[in-house]
Write a protein that binds this ligand. Structure first.
Ligand code: ADE
Ligand code: ZN
Length: 324
């Protein structure tokens, strides 16, 4: 891996960054059992398909019980990303997951923010949060999340987004949540065009005030939509390792990364849920050259695009660009 290429990541889920080793440590500290059938004998997460992955993700998240856990996971992830050359990471946080274990939104933010500050101090990496709702928990819950976020602004929460099962509900159903977050000054992104096709991306663009799409790769199935992405300057948070691990494409040759780049789309690289997919932000940049045959200049361009499309403030972006 080329540590010398500065990397920036706009797509990784806080709960999805917990390594099995850290999960074991937290479970022990919290006096709870690791859920059955979550890790194999080699210590890797067990799941077989997209919904199985979402389930494993929820069960791994269940070991997080305290603000200190939030601190440790954040610090662990940011410092490991920095060791691979990352200078900026936006993490998707989940107020819903925190609430499930009795942690309030402001306590979650405070713990993560403390780790962000400490990681910047020791490793020079800048971290920020994009608070997300969960699509399969439905539009009413999404609106409650947006209400919580907008009622409790935090300087490190720079955006609003949505992950979860893309097959559930229509994008328009989430317009009240996204409109509220957007009106409060939060930039927005949404997962679309990952497990569902191009129409899901189109619906998201039509219904929601988003400037980035999580994944969005299946836009390639509709060339008019690809032209729209280019014309509107939408940034795609592409996570090839995740897509390949989830079996969306049989191999690198079938993955649309290069085709989307050739069409002129704005593209960044993300690791999504790194230990679940046996990847990391460094591995994604490495794969871009080794498997996709991209140049070092393309890698630098991914980072430039990520900084341009980041939801962080302009002075911080200027500071990050100086590191390129
Ligand atoms: N939550 C965590 N990872 C996700 C993914 N790849 N797609 C949708 N929701 C997610
Ligand atoms: Zn994701």
């Amino acid at each position: 891996m080329d540590q010398a290429v500065a990397k920036a990541e706009l797509h990784c889920h806080f709960e999805g960054t917990i390594t099995p080793a850290l999960m074991h440590r937290l479970a022990k500290r919290n006096g709870i059992e690791i859920p059955d059938n979550l890790v194999d004998a080699d210590g890797a997460y067990i799941w077989t398909n997209f919904n199985g992955f979402l389930d494993a993700y929820d069960r791994a998240s269940s070991v997080i019980r305290t603000p200190q856990d939030y601190y440790d996971i954040t610090f662990d992830y940011l410092t490991s990303a920095a060791a691979e050359g990352a200078i900026y990471v936006e993490m998707f946080t989940s107020p819903d997951h925190a609430a499930e274990v009795g942690i309030g939104y402001t306590d979650m933010n405070a713990a993560i923010a403390r780790a962000i500050d400490d990681a910047e101090q020791v490793a020079g990496i800048v971290g920020r949060m994009v608070a997300t709702c969960v699509r399969h928990l439905g539009p009413d819950q999404a609106l409650r999340v947006a209400e919580t976020i907008t009622a409790n602004p935090h300087p490190y929460v720079v955006g609003f987004g949505m992950g979860g099962d893309e097959a559930r509900h229509a994008a328009i159903d989430f317009a009240p949540a996204f409109d509220l977050a957007f009106a409060a000054g939060l930039s927005c992104t949404v997962h679309a065009g990952e497990v569902m096709g191009a129409a899901s991306v189109e619906d998201a663009l039509d219904a929601l005030p988003v400037v980035r799409i999580g994944h969005g790769i299946r836009a390639i199935e509709n060339l008019a939509l690809v032209e729209r992405l280019v014309a509107e300057g939408i940034t795609l948070e592409v996570c090839p390792g995740s897509n390949l691990a989830l079996g969306l494409y049989p191999d690198t040759a079938a993955h649309p990364l290069r085709a989307l780049m050739k069409a002129g789309c704005r593209i960044t690289l993300g690791s999504d849920d790194p230990p679940f997919f046996h990847t990391s932000i460094g591995a994604e940049y490495a794969r871009a050259t080794s498997d996709f045959g991209l140049s070092r200049e393309s890698l630098v361009q991914f980072t430039r695009t990520a900084i341009d499309a980041a939801f962080v403030d302009e002075p911080t972006k200027a500071r990050l660009r100086e590191k390129l």
